[in-house]
Design a protein around this ligand. Structure first.
Ligand code: G
Ligand code: MN
Length: 252
């Protein structure tokens, strides 16, 4: 991993989030991929886990944020002027004192407007209820950056923090979606999250949608923002450039 970082072997992929109501691309999420000559394609979950354990998550996170902003700013000046970006920011990155300045710097350097960026955090970040973390979240919001709670429902889903800072989006974790067609319990939980989000004015994104059956069920429940293999796997920069060009042609 150390060599991969030095050699620039890590690669950024982007996965579409599709708005099925408007039949258009809503945003894209930046995802890291590592294709090593010996290890081959490293499982992304494993990659993040090892990076967290070894402390490499911090330089990786900074690289992903900077690189993704530069790439999306470039797409916005060309093929997709309204493109919105989501980036996963690790807890370790959030605990570093220069997080807010580093986000500000990355936006300034890339030219990406703050309003085009959503930062994804997990519920676990909020568990220690630290004043510093809440301040950083508020500063990002004040800057115009949006916040999404990723993997929602799998961590410490305290509802109290939904009031403490301004979260825009809940991303329902794919573990709730996998068996949604056969498991009434999962469906009931998804229903509850949707109902809660509606009354709190939060946007809901459903992750890990793989089949038409799952899509139909979610559609019937008023879920419009869908991410998952059903629409698209994460795409390389070249593939995403093509996707955006096709989307543009499709809309015209
Ligand atoms: O933690 P987070 O939700 O950011 O992780 C997203 C991960 O889920 C990525 O590694 C992405 O490749 C993966 N992913 C995206 N869509 C699907 C899907 O439809 N099914 C499964 N199993 N994984 C998905
Ligand atoms: Mn995510």
């Amino acid at each position: 991993l150390r060599h991969a970082l030095d050699r620039g072997d890590l690669e950024l992929y982007f996965q579409p989030v599709v708005d099925i109501a408007g039949d258009r691309l809503a945003s894209i999420e930046a995802l890291i991929r590592w294709n090593d000559s010996v290890l081959k394609a490293v499982d992304p979950e494993q990659l993040i886990k090892v990076a967290e354990e070894t402390g490499f998550i911090l330089p990786i996170d900074k690289w992903v944020l900077a690189e993704a902003c530069v790439q999306v700013a470039a797409w916005r000046t060309g093929v997709a002027p309204q493109l919105q970006l989501s980036v996963n920011v690790s807890n370790a990155h959030f605990r570093s004192s220069d997080l807010v300045e580093s986000v500000r710097g990355v936006l300034a350097d890339s030219g990406l407007p703050a309003a085009a960026l959503t930062i994804e955090i997990t519920e676990n970040l909020l568990m220690d209820d630290s004043v510093q973390i809440l301040d950083r979240l508020r500063e990002l919001t004040a800057m115009g950056v949006k916040l999404a709670l990723d993997d929602f429902g799998t961590g410490y889903s305290s509802l109290a923090y939904l009031k403490k800072f301004q979260v825009d989006t809940l991303k329902i974790d794919q573990t709730f979606i996998r068996d949604i067609a056969t498991n009434d319990g999962d469906l009931a939980l998804v229903d509850a999250i949707i109902a809660m989000s509606k009354s709190l004015g939060l946007t809901v994104v459903v992750e890990g949608v793989e089949t038409p059956e799952q899509l139909e069920l979610l559609k019937a429940r008023g879920c419009h923002l869908i991410q998952g293999f059903h629409f698209s796997h994460p795409l390389s920069v070249d593939e995403m450039t093509e996707y955006l060009a096709d989307e543009k042609t499709g809309l015209n």
